[in-house]
Ligand binder design. Structure first.
Ligand SMILES: [Zn+2]
Length: 482
């Protein structure tokens, strides 16, 4: 098993201040107005310390394909069945033939329509351990981009992506926003969206989105030391007044507490575990809808919250969703919850064939009173985000699991469980790679510096080896559960 935290894997991204010219190059279709938008976002006096060059990389041909995808998506909403239709079956047939991992597991000449439920499933473990065998033989590799997943509660994952596949998120987002009455017709001098983060280390950049007429976009980190002065965040948000804010519940909670955010027309929460209390406060404070959005790095967006509150509507037309119980049987809304399992999608480098997401729910195929004919995911339970309080820093000092993961990744740990107790005390239980040479004192010191308090280290050579009863949860906070 390859562990994404082992020391031979470097972070996918190194912090580096991008030059404006680099940002232009990464947005090849940006016209003069869009370039001026990038420059304005980049060099405003209150702008944060940017650390990463990024752009949508779309060519004019990609933009044409993107609008074709948007039309196809718009015309394909309709009822679905518990088993895949012809389009998905044909897609699966072609990807099984082209993909080494599937060829090995499934074999040739199988009748997919008859044997669908016997097809083997794939998991995060497959991406972590042998992503190269998941890349089909027939896809060109020059456009591959590597994404690192947030790794909120599980191990971080390196996921190969394609620029056009990522851009296809926009029509899906447009649809969800329209269902809440939010208009996403943009002009190139608009600021469409800020993606708001709040963690010690995350990439930040300003750019524009071809799929939104070249309107402005910025990925930001609310952490105070990322900004030139105490007033800068508020000034930046107010000046650019992005129409949409996307983020996770923890970042939105920090934004609310800091009293910033401008005057958005919608908040899109990219994780499923937002408390209803936080949601209500955000809605009142910003006077706009807060839309729950179900999306994973490996799969792209899968669902958006029904405007009438009836679960999450299945969003993309080019995936098949099913739920499987522990033994691999397909469950229905009446037989009970199952693991949400995805087939299809747009990422050419990771064709998803019965991909188990690790999230659980039920799928209701009956019509919804809101009018969207697509089925709904009910009782969705995702990988809940966890964060830790930094010692002695009061209520503002919180870090995410990614920050702890960044430290742990530098050490040869095979398994770990990092826990913060309800009194704030922190402990790391770990199993180290046998025979590896490393310094426990260094790890202890790094964690102490990160958490601003001592962290108790305990080695457990059997961690994760005690069978089914020994499920290792990498990050636990008893503080969060209060
Ligand atoms: Zn609905």
């Amino acid at each position: 098993m390859t562990d994404a935290r082992s020391s031979d894997i470097q972070p996918a991204v190194q912090a580096k201040v991008p030059a404006l010219e680099q940002l232009y190059e990464l947005s090849p279709t940006a016209n003069a107005t869009s370039r001026a938008k990038i420059a304005a976002l980049y060099s405003h006096k209150s702008a944060p310390h940017w650390n990463h060059p990024a752009g949508d990389r779309l060519t004019h041909e990609d933009v044409a394909r993107l609008s074709a995808f948007a039309s196809e998506f718009a015309g394909a909403r309709g009822a679905r069945k518990p088993y895949p239709g012809e389009r998905i079956l044909a897609w699966a047939q072609s990807r099984i033939a082209a993909t080494p991992l599937f060829r090995g597991r499934v074999g040739e000449g199988i009748d997919l329509a008859r044997c669908w439920t016997e097809l083997p499933t794939t998991t995060r473990e497959d991406i972590a351990s042998h992503a190269e065998q998941l890349v089909p033989d027939d896809v060109p590799l020059e456009r591959m981009i590597i994404y690192r997943t947030a790794g909120a509660t599980g191990h971080a994952l390196l996921v190969p992506q394609d620029a056009l596949a990522v851009a296809c998120y926009l029509p899906l987002l447009d649809f969800a926003l329209a269902r809440y009455g939010v208009n996403t017709r943009f002009a190139p001098d608009d600021t469409a969206c800020f993606l708001v983060g709040s963690q010690r280390h995350t990439v930040t950049y300003p750019t524009v989105m071809s799929g939104w007429a070249g309107a402005g976009f910025a990925k930001l980190n609310l952490f105070a030391d990322e900004w030139p002065d105490a007033k800068a965040r508020e000034e930046y948000f107010n000046h650019f007044a992005p129409r949409i804010l996307t983020g996770d519940p923890l970042s939105f909670a920090d934004m609310l507490e800091a009293g910033i955010g401008g005057q958005p027309k919608a908040l899109v929460s990219t994780a499923v575990a937002m408390s209803s209390a936080l949601k209500a406060r955000l809605q009142v404070t910003y006077g706009c809808p807060v839309i729950d959005w179900y999306s994973l790095t490996e799969t792209g967006p899968l669902g958006y919250a029904c405007p009438l509150g009836h679960g999450y509507h299945w969003l993309p037309h080019d995936v098949h969703l099913e739920t499987l119980d522990e033994t691999g049987n397909v469950t229905t809304a009446t037989t009970g919850r199952g693991e949400i399992t995805v087939t299809g999608g747009r990422n050419p480098y990771i064709p998803l064939l019965r991909y188990r997401t690790g999230d659980w729910g039920r799928i209701d195929f009956d019509a919804c009173p809101c009018g969207d004919p697509m089925p709904r995911l009910l009782d969705l339970e995702g990988r809940a985000p966890v964060r830790f309080r930094v010692g002695g820093s009061g209520r503002h000092g919180w870090i995410g699991t990614q920050d702890v993961a960044t430290v742990l990744r530098r050490y040869p740990l095979v398994q770990h469980s990092f826990e913060q107790a309800s009194d704030g005390a922190c402990a790391l239980i770990y199993r180290a790679l046998a025979g590896a040479s490393w310094s426990r004192g260094d790890l202890e010191a790094e964690l102490r510096a990160l958490l601003n308090q001592n962290v108790a280290l305990r080695e457990d050579a059997e961690l994760g080896r005690r069978g089914a009863v020994d499920k290792v949860i990498p990050y636990v906070s008893k503080l969060m559960e209060e």
